[in-house]
Design a protein around this ligand. Structure first.
Ligand code: G3P
Ligand code: CA
Length: 317
């Protein structure tokens, strides 16, 4: 038997290794816990963010039931209430909001530096004291202009509104908006606009309309939940197929186009789509539009149309 056998590994070292293992295990547990907390936190943030974005809005929620011939159509005040204030300005929009109408319609176009403002024409000449194309003026330049004096001296000093000013005003009311994006928009400009609509919580209270199919497609990409309408001056051979291809809830058509092909109304309705017509300003035209069963009428005289619907229209009273 050896006199001094090599002692077995000291128990102390075993205990050091055990405690190292257990602290490693604790560390692993802590990091797993931390990961779980981080993932749960991210899920909570996602839920809050998603709940702030409105869901898909149906044609019925947005524009009401399909109208039968003779039933009242919705009323949209064209470019705000432009019979009492300069079109597409805050006073006109406030007047439309204060009136008993369903929608306020406005035109939105881009400045040379990509800001969205309310203006109908390509140029500044008719509705401001400026001149030349809007697309050749910066926002700062456009904001210097007077957009009210041309209409009436009482409106002198009225500015061309930014789209954000319009959205804030609309959000402060319970009214709905038909927002026409004029011209051809870029994906970036559409994204910024969609973000503003969401920011004001208006995703389920506005319909975005455009003559331009690419702008509508960019809008769908940026915010598929915000409803869209295609504006058509003339009708294609198969309007329902065109509307489906664009993924819109319906169309806004010129009254001439609809009078040429009135059967389109029934076709759109059968497909669950809606149709509004522009721009009708007298009783005879309103009467004809209602007889055909259009869902909405865009008019420069919304007060008169509202009164007419309440007193003289086929199903008045
Ligand atoms: O909403 C459609 C209608 O407003 C299109 O006509 O030229 O007045 O913008 P316009
Ligand atoms: Ca318009």
């Amino acid at each position: 038997m050896p006199e001094n056998p090599v002692p077995p590994a000291p128990p102390a070292s075993t205990s050091t290794s055990t405690s190292a293992q257990s602290s490693a295990a604790m560390g692993a547990r802590r990091s797993t816990l931390l990961r779980i907390v981080v993932v749960l936190g991210a899920i909570c943030v996602a839920i809050v963010a998603l709940s702030a974005i409105p869901g898909w809005v149906s044609a019925r929620e947005l524009l009401g039931e399909v109208r039968n011939p003779g039933e009242a159509a919705f009323v949209a005040a064209h470019r705000g209430e432009r019979s009492v204030a300069p079109e597409n300005t805050l006073p006109a929009i406030q007047a439309a909001i204060d009136g008993d109408f369903d929608y306020v319609e406005v035109d939105v176009a881009l400045t040379s530096d990509g800001h969205a403002v309310l203006l109908h024409d390509d140029t500044l000449d008719r509705t401001t004291d400026g001149a030349g194309p809007l697309a050749q003026h910066t926002l700062a330049q456009v904001r210097q202009l007077d957009a009210g004096a041309w209409f009436d001296a009482a409106f002198a000093g009225t500015r061309v509104p930014t789209v954000d000013e319009f959205l804030v005003l609309l959000a402060s009311s319970h009214k709905r908006g038909l927002i026409e994006l004029k011209g051809e928009w870029t994906p970036l400009a559409v994204q910024a606009f969609a973000a503003s609509v969401h920011e004001q919580g208006l995703g389920d209270r506005v319909a975005i309309a455009s003559f331009d199919a690419r702008t509508l497609a960019f809008m769908e990409e940026a915010a598929p939940q915000i409803p869209r309408l295609a504006i058509l001056r003339t009708l294609p051979d198969d309007t329902v197929a065109a509307a489906r291809a664009l993924g819109v809830r319906g169309i806004i058509a010129s009254s001439k186009a609809v009078l040429r092909s009135p059967e389109v109304i029934e076709q759109l309705h059968a497909a669950g789509l809606r149709i509004a017509v522009y721009t009708l300003n007298d009783d005879a035209k309103w009467q004809r539009a209602l007889e055909l069963g259009v869902d909405g009428i865009i008019t420069d005289t919304p007060h008169r149309l509202r009164d007419w619907l309440q007193t003289e229209a086929p199903d008045a009273g």
